[in-house]
Design a protein around this ligand. Structure first.
Ligand SMILES: Cc1cc2nc3c(=O)[nH]c(=O)nc-3n(C[C@H](O)[C@H](O)[C@H](O)COP(=O)(O)O)c2cc1C
Length: 318
């Protein structure tokens, strides 16, 4: 998620769950070709498994971006066919690609040929006046024929005219049954559903065999960001059947050396802690944690002592 799931966010989320697949923000292929590559692509080895999401619609550019990114060691490279923002439309990529399945097929074929890293696609169920029941199966058929086996489907349309990106994540209705029907129609494909999932219980229901489930994966965006502990701390034990639920204090301890290194390299505390406000969500004193962290994080020279101060409200509330 742009401006949210940067490398610091992913490192933090990885302390909560070892097995969930983490995605980068979308990075455009031209940015990788011509921009500050290390800043865009560097990540900590602890983040594995991690997928890079690319934006683009030019097969040659995307292939070159894949070649470069594969050297960085990403576990998966995902093509964005779901982002509805104006900037993305003007570049003719993102959700507008739902109208161009043949072009998407050309793009992924070039990406697959470029490097031995798995290429996946994130898409919508359709855009504008398209009929999802017709468009989505054709899209999956065309793109999978080019070699993609794994898709994440954001289960709502994007309206390219008239709705802003925020509205495009809330106003078009969710259609889970259609995504579930796609799994029945394409059992050979690995299909994950995305959109509006707010708890692990909902994810479990979508994964379970049965008329309202049977999907291969569930992507959780906003809920995982805002309530990382609620979503991620039990993901390993409940979804992957391994490991114990994470402990928020142990997670905080694991973050300390990472933060230390970041500060020593000239980074700012808030660049990491802004992702950690929800660590104690739901616990007595959690509001105090958020408040102290938010207030004190920008004081000049702010360091690890701010974390200790932010823990105080939790201690006194316990
Ligand atoms: C701030 C923000 C940035 C996002 N950036 C991306 C992005 O870069 N690539 C992408 O595929 N989706 C992006 N999304 C959409 C989410 O990945 C997801 O599809 C959407 O929020 C619906 O899932 P959710 O209800 O679990 O959040 C973004 C969402 C938000 C809120």
């Amino acid at each position: 998620m742009m401006d949210w799931t940067d490398r610091h966010c992913r490192f933090f989320h990885r302390q909560l769950s070892r097995h969930t697949l983490l995605y980068t923000e979308m990075v455009t292929a031209p940015a990788i070709l011509h921009g500050p590559r290390a800043r865009l692509l560097d990540f900590d080895p602890a983040e594995h498994p991690v997928a890079l999401q690319l934006g683009g619609a030019d097969p040659a550019e995307l292939a070159e971006a894949v070649r470069i990114a594969a050297d960085w060691g990403y576990d998966e490279i995902n093509l964005n066919c779901g982002c509805p923002s104006d900037r993305v439309q003007s570049g003719c990529f993102g959700a507008v690609l739902m109208e161009r399945p043949a072009l998407v097929a050309d793009c992924v074929a070039a990406m697959i040929a470029a490097a031995p890293v798995e290429v996946t696609v994130k898409c919508r169920i359709g855009v504008d006046d398209q009929i999802p029941e017709e468009v989505l199966p054709r899209f999956l058929e065309t793109v999978s024929a080019a070699g993609v086996r794994r898709f994440t489907i954001h289960a709502r349309k994007a309206w390219l005219q008239g709705l802003n990106p925020h509205q495009n994540r809330t106003i078009p209705p969710l259609d889970y049954p259609l995504v579930i029907a796609m799994k029945r129609a394409f059992p050979q494909l690995d299909l994950s559903i995305n959109g509006g999932v707010g708890s692990l219980a909902e994810a479990e229901a979508l994964l379970a065999e049965g008329p309202n489930g049977g999907l291969d994966g569930v992507m959780i965006g906003r809920a995982a960001y805002h309530e990382p502990f609620a979503i991620l701390a039990e993901a390993d034990s409940r979804i992957f059947g391994t490991g114990a639920p994470a402990d928020p204090y142990a997670v905080l301890d694991a973050m300390r050396p990472y933060i230390d290194r970041h500060l020593a390299a000239g980074g700012k505390l808030h660049q990491i802690t802004r992702h950690m406000l929800g660590l104690f969500h739901g616990r007595p004193g959690a509001r105090g944690w958020r408040r102290v962290l938010s207030e004190r994080v920008s004081t000049p020279g702010a360091g690890l002592e701010v974390l200790d101060a932010a823990l105080e409200p939790l201690r006194t509330a316990a």
